[in-house]
Design a protein around this ligand. Structure first.
Ligand code: ATR
Length: 263
């Protein structure tokens, strides 16, 4: 059995095991490969990862709060992971640990069209925001970054590109991306973030990395305004599809992954 896993803390809520198991089944690898969720305390992360190759694991996704630690434990970094400073996919091969970042290219794939020259506002300057700003800046978007703690946005932009802003006019952007945790526990995005429902428009694309059983309040308002929306499940599917290709060498069955992730 070739084993795969997602490492997080907490991780019980993750849709990755159902999504990746469905993908393995759909390409006929279900009998030979498995994917499980493993809750790992931050203090145990490195030892846990180092033990995995000996336990039959060939790869792992890494989620909050381990994406920075995943970079430190690796012997080989992809260019994307190194530049972003975070990794969400590890592979174990020939005694080496390799770290990739599939969040950034997965995000670009989930967008409805190219972003070169487009004005984009990224809300949040945490780990999730880093991958998004890196991806947008690299594609030639005009990226601006707002964060509740201003200094964090300024530091992120110095490192990865984009311009930090403190009082953005949300109507001025073609692309709005929420990478903050706002909405995870039902918080009101229009109270916590510099957004007004009345400014959302059909010409905009609104992306919310937060996902749950229901559309978030931000995406519900964006849909009501006629904007194009991309939700956190679609981002999960896209990063997962790229991880799947790295490990198995097979094209990922996107539709099977989507329906399993959405249940
Ligand atoms: P992640 O790796 O998921 O990005 P993180 O590094 O802890 O996690 O970052 C969480 C992000 O959500 C940060 O941008 C945080 O803002 P601060 O840097 O000011 O802490 C943002 N965030 C969390 N709760 C928020 C709230 N109520 N209002 C605005 N931003 C919030």
């Amino acid at each position: 059995m070739k084993r795969l896993a997602v490492l997080g803390h907490p991780v019980a809520h993750s849709r990755s095991p159902a999504m990746q198991e469905a993908a393995l089944d759909a390409v006929g690898l279900g009998g030979e490969w498995s994917y499980e969720a493993i809750d790992v305390d931050p203090g145990d992360f490195e030892a846990r990862v180092r033990a995995m190759p000996g336990e039959g694991f060939v790869g792992a996704n890494v989620t909050v709060p381990h994406k920075g630690a995943a970079l430190s434990v690796a012997d080989v970094l992809s260019e994307t992971a190194r530049e972003i400073g975070a990794a969400n996919a590890l592979s174990f091969e020939a005694g080496e640990i390799r770290a990739d970042n599939t969040d950034a290219p997965g995000f670009l794939e989930a967008l409805p069209g190219p972003v070169a020259g487009r004005r984009a506002l990224v809300l949040g300057a945490g780990g999730a925001g880093r991958a998004i700003v890196w991806a947008l800046a690299r594609e030639g978007a005009e990226v601006e970054v707002w964060n509740r703690t201003e200094l964090r946005a300024a530091h992120l932009c110095e490192e990865l590109g984009g311009r930090s802003v403190t009082d953005p006019d949300p109507a001025a952007y073609e692309l709005l991306v929420n990478t903050t945790a706002v909405g995870l526990r039902g918080e009101d995005p229009f109270a916590e973030l510099p957004l007004r429902a009345a400014d959302l428009a059909p010409s905009q694309t609104v992306v919310d990395m937060v996902y749950g059983a229901e559309p978030t309040r931000l995406l519900a308002a964006a849909e009501a305004a006629g904007a194009t929306t991309v939700d956190g499940i679609e981002l999960l599917v896209r990063q997962g599809a790229r991880s799947f290709r790295i490990w198995t060498g097979r094209e990922a069955p996107l539709d099977a992954m989507r329906s399993a992730a959405r249940v």
